[in-house]
Design a protein around this ligand. Sequence first.
Ligand SMILES: Nc1ncnc2c1ncn2[C@@H]1O[C@H](COP(=O)(O)OP(=O)(O)O)[C@@H](O)[C@H]1O
Length: 286
Amino acid sequence: MAVLNRLLRARGTTAVNSIRRFCSTLKTEIDLPAPPLSLKKPLPLGRGTGDRNVQWVFLGCPGVGKGTYAGRLSSLLGVPHIATGDLVREELASQGPLASELAKIVNQGQLVSDELVIKLLSKRLEAAEDKGQSGFILDGFPRTIRQAEILEDVTDIDLVINLKLREEALLAKCLGRRICSECGGNYNVACIDIKGENGSPGMYMAPLLPPQHCESKLITRSDDREEVVKERLRVYNEMSRPLEEFYRNRGKLLEFELPGGIPESWPKLLRALNLDDDEGKKSAAA
Ligand SMILES: Nc1ncnc2c1ncn2[C@@H]1O[C@H](COP(=O)(O)OP(=O)(O)O)[C@@H](O)[C@H]1O
């Protein structure tokens, strides 16, 4: 990890080479030219035999549903879904030396340091590599321009999906989030029903209720409290929103406005990604 720390202090050529060496253990094919990106036909990008798997990123505000759609696409495409928020929470739960400092940061809705997130992400990518997995769908990383630059130095990202949802739904979705403490299933008890007015359409998102055997084991994330969610939304706008421009300038950004809940949004997302004719896989992920 000293290599990463050096890189984070000075992103000079030597440091970049160091991280390239480091990341070559992750088999991220640093020197491969990025496959030509066309949002009309983003697939099959690197899905053929002997080629690498997709390397995608999900952007979007807290509560937008990055985890839900990244998870579904990861099952569909057979690539690991890597959520840095989950990695941070695992580190917190491990009660290691960093746990109490981390808890303070996360529960105030702030970002943890780039150094720590990169360390956790590198470990996770190494584990994926050890399991013979290739490609990834990143969710929650990068979250700052600095993280995006570091990622760009070490690998090619094919596509960045920017999920968008009406502002009034975001807070309610975060506050409605529930996790089963036993099986880890993610649910949402919020029922979002925005009436259409003055020409703007209404929107309905049904709750995603847990099965009966999970009902008594539901917990709420400690950072899904109203004041913390509002701070996370503010931090997102300040630190992460500039990533849209960063990836738009590179021709990698796919903007996707969620039209409603999973039943309406999932087929439309598949269509936007040119995955909709793959019926077998679609049902496998449903
Ligand atoms: N890439 C990152 N950089 C810095 N902090 C991160 C990153 N990813 C996750 N975190 C930390 O973990 C918390 C939870 O992340 P996540 O589950 O992705 O939340 P959200 O629902 O806000 O998208 C964040 O508020 C932040 O403290």
